[in-house]
Design a protein around this ligand. Structure first.
Ligand code: SF4
Length: 431
């Protein structure tokens, strides 16, 4: 019997979440039905991340777990798509897994699924021109949307697998992006997040990222965010456009990765700490009150105690509003995987733990300083205790909103008076 019902489970970054929305659109267009419960599915697709080893281990575990459903449905088909699929290709084909598809091959999924009961297939070609343009993603959220402005990356940071799994950089034409955002606005969307591995290097041949941002601001969509910036490409012009347009959110995600110039060089990041700090200073000068978040890796090969202390010292001086902190995870095929002087795993973990403690104390202190203020919050859903709501400020701070009226506020902007904070979140009452 032809498989009809597809369940998609997504791991990893926002780009992967958007890709799952594209996959949903491609399959729906071809007559398949996307379901939300794996028990109902004829096909299970796991859209995977390959950035860290533990992300891949999780997928192997999840395939094992879900394969028990075959006891009731022996023809259940499994597919692995996304970055891990691209990285490991044919090696993932097994008794359980029949479909392997890299991020540039999703248009082939309908035919791969149709054949999967009698043929196992793996497609991992990278296509320089694939941007999924012309496909309208099936969005999971009715008020916030991810909008890809580019795909791929040319930077080859020495620790990173992404240029190998997502291919080289390509920018989506400005007019297509503007049309997509106009359409979202007409359909009641209030917030867009522009996505790209390195959005600051956007260039469609005529328009750079600064001009793109300016044109998107002119659409009048209420909140605009963008991810991810790169310190080598973020310009003062971009900060200027942010400062002049109220609908561009005052939040900047600017990966630091290390506080040591020596390690940044080995990482092939192409900026120095002094450039990074001067960008932070400019951002705070152009946009007073801007929130700055970051990514940092601990235990990169040859990271000495001194390098590590330098990173902590940058964290102390910048006082990031949020930080994604990781221990270095070796990825086969990257340059850094061949570097000598690996930092022992326990040292990586100890450094990471100490850094998390530092960052948590900074966030707690910053959040205490926010008590008494009033923020506009875009409500995203019910709070954990179901007694209120949760959402984010324009500067991307998570807020739990106490509310007694019981009316659905999801997708609304609400003024919230902050009364308390719990670790990473603010707590307040809708006014
Ligand atoms: S900029 Fe560097 S870290 Fe980011 S995706 Fe590209 S190679 Fe990876």
């Amino acid at each position: 019997m032809k498989p009809e019902k597809i369940y998609i489970e997504t791991y990893g970054c926002q780009m992967n979440k958007l890709d799952s929305e594209y996959v949903n659109a491609i399959l729906t267009e071809d007559g398949f039905t996307v379901v939300t419960d794996p028990d109902d599915a004829d096909v299970i697709l796991l859209n995977t991340c390959g950035v860290r080893d533990n992300a891949e281990q999780r997928i192997h575990g999840r395939v094992g777990e879900l394969s028990s459903l075959r006891r009731f449905k022996p023809d259940l088909i499994f597919g692995i798509i996304g970055c891990m699929a691209q990285r490991l290709g044919n090696n993932l084909i097994s008794d359980v897994v029949s479909i392997v598809a890299g991020p540039d091959t999703y248009r082939l999924l309908p035919s791969m699924i149709e054949k999967a009961l009698y043929e196992k297939t793996s497609f991992t070609d990278l296509h320089r021109d694939e941007t999924y343009s012309g496909i309208e993603p099936v969005r999971v959220c009715s008020h916030s949307a991810w909008v890809a402005v580019m795909r791929g990356c040319n930077n080859y940071c020495s620790y990173c697998i992404v240029p190998y799994t997502r291919g080289s950089e390509r920018s989506i034409p400005c007019d297509d992006i503007l049309a997509e955002i106009e359409n979202l606005k007409q359909n009641g969307y209030r917030e867009v997040t522009l996505l790209g591995q390195n959005v600051n290097s956007y260039n469609d041949g005529e328009i750079n990222f600064t001009r793109l941002l300016e044109r998107i601001a002119q659409t009048g969509i209420e909140w605009i965010r963008f991810l991810t910036s790169h310190p080598k490409d973020l310009s003062v012009d971009i900060l200027d456009v942010m400062s002049k347009n109220d609908n561009i959110c005052n939040h900047l995600h600017l990966p630091l990765q290390s506080g040591s110039d020596r390690i940044l060089k080995a990482m092939n990041r192409k900026y120095t700490i002094s450039r990074y700090l001067s960008l932070i200073e400019s951002a705070r000068k152009f946009i007073p009150g801007i929130n700055i978040s970051t990514d940092i890796i601990f235990g990169f090969p040859d990271e000495t105690e001194e390098d590590y202390r330098n990173t902590l010292s940058v964290m102390q001086s910048v006082r990031f509003d949020f930080a994604f902190l990781y221990r270095y995870s070796e990825r086969e095929g990257t340059k850094a995987a061949l570097f000598p002087n690996k930092v022992p795993e326990q040292v990586r973990l100890d450094r990471l733990r100490e850094a998390i403690e530092l960052q948590n104390s900074i966030i707690r202190q910053k959040n205490r300083e926010r008590i008494g203020a009033t923020y506009v919050v875009l409500i995203k859903g019910l709070s954990k205790d179901k007694q209120g709501w949760y959402g984010f400020t324009e500067t991307n701070i998570p807020v739990v909103v106490k509310s007694k009226d019981g009316a659905s506020r999801i997708g609304s902007f609400v003024n919230v008076h902050i009364e308390d904070s719990t670790g990473g979140s603010l707590v307040g009452t809708a006014i």
